[in-house]
Ligand binder design. Sequence first.
Ligand SMILES: NC(=O)c1ccc[n+]([C@@H]2O[C@H](COP(=O)([O-])OP(=O)(O)OC[C@H]3O[C@@H](n4cnc5c(N)ncnc54)[C@H](OP(=O)(O)O)[C@@H]3O)[C@@H](O)[C@H]2O)c1
Length: 359
Amino acid sequence: MIVSLTVRRAGERPDVQLACLPRSHGGPPSGLARFLAPPAALPLGPTVDRQCGRRRWGQRTERPLARTGGTPMTNVTVLGLGNLGQALAATLLTAGHSVTVWNRSPEKAAKLVEQGAVRAGSAAEAVAAAELVVVALLDYPTVHGVLEPLAEELAGRTVANLTSGTPEQARAFAAWAERSGVRYLDGAVMAVPQTVGTPGAFLFYSGSPEAYREHHELLALLGEPRHLGEDPGLALLQDVALLSGMYGMFAGHFQAVALGWSAGLSAVEVTAQLVRWLTALLPALPHFAAEMDSRDYTTETSNIAINATGLGNILRATERQGVPAGLLAPLQELFLRQLDAGHAAASLSRAVEELRVGE
Ligand SMILES: NC(=O)c1ccc[n+]([C@@H]2O[C@H](COP(=O)([O-])OP(=O)(O)OC[C@H]3O[C@@H](n4cnc5c(N)ncnc54)[C@H](OP(=O)(O)O)[C@@H]3O)[C@@H](O)[C@H]2O)c1
């Protein structure tokens, strides 16, 4: 890791700023990196710093032109400048990379161009301008629509597609990429645009291990990366799993707030206590997970019987308050089926066996 601070006298532009900055957690740029980002209007070309593989500001170098059109070659291209794509491109620029951008509505590139991005005149020019193409479009049909006509330009390059979808959609697009000679990484962003590039952000990748190894350092700037395997559907499978947990939590939150309202409590009051309670309970999840994987559901404490009784009370109380209980009722179904099967004394976590597939 290298840091070179430029001496800057009043009224002068800095003449050298190194973009290879410390990233102690191996992830996104530090606050210092952001501070050192080149001034927006500085008309200077980047050169690649051999030691850290990223550009260095300060010399008026000409970038070679891409095969298609007049767009100069850059380290990375970002296709799609919605909320996510803009955050991805801005993070890469801030970290010192040279970035080509393209968006269907070109005006969304304006701010990034001020920050130093190169705006390509077409998706074909954008793709031709970098070896790595990061994609953040609305959905997979859009990804097919934008990328498939560019098979020729994309051949031999790497696509890291961070668009949300299903594992099946990821596999189908990966199959097209393979047929077209494109190295493919599918990705899932566990962050919102405001947190991209911060220590809280993490991303899952699946697909070509070679492409991941080659671009790992750049991808790590967006958030802590994790490659899950060669099956291109794995990243989105993990995405769907985590989001299922998130929506389950929202369901519980909505139910709690509705109950509170029915008794004149505000959402804020109920939520403050709920956050406290859920925080105390979170450590139970890894414990349950170990039981689930080992299928040893022996417990001295929270068994199926006591939880079926407890949840039965909750559902009755909810209905008595006039609040719909439909969000939680399916969970009671799992408990009751386990009771019927003779597992009253097993751990609460055994209810997950009702959802197990493939046996
Ligand atoms: N935002 C998040 O917090 C977040 C987090 C994780 C994952 N994601 C995923 O990342 C993807 C992008 O999200 P976002 O928040 O950036 O969405 P967004 O703000 O709605 O942007 C959608 C992007 O897709 C483009 N697009 C839509 N239809 C198109 C078409 N027919 N042809 C070409 N381009 C088209 C839009 O171009 P125009 O500007 O021209 O409309 C825009 O660049 C989604 O799959 C989303 O689920 C988002």
